[in-house]
Design a protein around this ligand. Structure first.
Ligand code: AKG
Ligand code: FE2
Length: 272
């Protein structure tokens, strides 16, 4: 149930206002070296999975990966890359550094970050790894307090990017979703299509979006392969749905008072 959510009369920042009205903001990466590191680690993992030397032009290598990877092998390829990235202690800090201030501005300064890594690799004209229109918060899995820091490793435009329905039309269509129960998701997509936006992002930029609104992707009809990461953040002390702290999320910034509070034991509790 929507309640009054204004900020005690304080105007939202430009970034906050844009996030509220569009459902997303796109900004230059705050630490370009960290973004390049993320891309370099990913490309190195891809080259290792293909058993080839890492080409010099990393951007072109990623963008043309469909010349080397068959659709049938795509998921194993993606999982091999994720294994490497998950084992690399540099990856998460570098990723966070790309958008830390942005996340802090929109979410707060005590944060939990998703522990696993979301990676999409979408070859041109491949319909095997699509995420049809959805809202992450329609099931009970996800808390509406989550935001996604979405970072492409190549320039993305039109169907090479993802689409999102801005909050106002999302509110209107959400009330009518039950009308599409029979017809299905594709019919809902067709209905909302005129109001949604495919978000163009160039390498060097990051996007923060709210996964509460309808979003997803289509078959990539551009000539190059899409590579993008999606990582969730939320306020450390915001309500958790099924994705729990310590399990799905881990703390990434905890202020001193919270460190004391979280580790405080009442006298006589036996484990102090
Ligand atoms: O990357 C995409 O196309 C969709 C990502 C998504 O659905 C999410 O991160 O929640
Ligand atoms: Fe999603």
């Amino acid at each position: 149930m929507a309640t009054s959510t204004s900020n005690n009369g304080e105007p939202a920042s430009d970034t906050g206002a844009q996030f509220l009205s569009a459902g997303y903001v796109v900004r230059p990466a705050e630490d370009r070296a960290a973004l390049d590191r993320v891309r370099q680690l990913t490309a190195a993992a891809a080259a290792a999975a293909l058993k080839i030397a890492l080409p010099n032009d990393i951007g072109a290598f990623l963008d043309t990966i469909h010349e080397r990877v068959k659709v049938a092998d795509l998921n194993d390829f993606r999982l091999a890359i994720l294994d490497k990235l998950l084992a690399d202690p540099q990856f998460r800090p570098a990723y966070f550094a790309c958008g830390r201030k942005l996340v802090e501005e929109v979410v707060g300064n005590e944060l939990a970050m998703q522990r696993n890594i979301g990676l999409s690799v979408q070859l041109p004209n491949d319909d095997s790894s699509l995420l049809p229109l959805h809202s992450d918060t329609w099931g009970s899995e996800c808390s509406p307090f989550e935001v996604v820091l979405w970072i492409p490793l190549v320039d993305v435009v039109r169907t090479k990017s993802m689409f999102l329905l801005p909050p106002e039309p999302d509110r209107q269509w959400r009330a009518r979703v039950h009308e599409f129960m029979q017809q299905g998701t594709e019919a809902l997509f067709k209905a909302v299509e005129p109001e949604l936006a495919f978000i163009p992002i160039t390498y060097g930029e990051v996007m923060l979006f709210t996964p509460t609104v309808m979003h997803g992707n289509r078959v990539n009809r551009e000539p190059g392969t899409r590579w993008s990461f999606n990582m969730r953040f939320k306020g450390l002390f915001t309500p958790y749905a099924n994705k729990k702290l310590g399990d799905y999320f881990s703390p990434v910034s905890v202020r001193p008072a919270s460190q004391i509070g979280l580790s405080f034991d009442m006298p006589g509790s036996g484990d102090g």
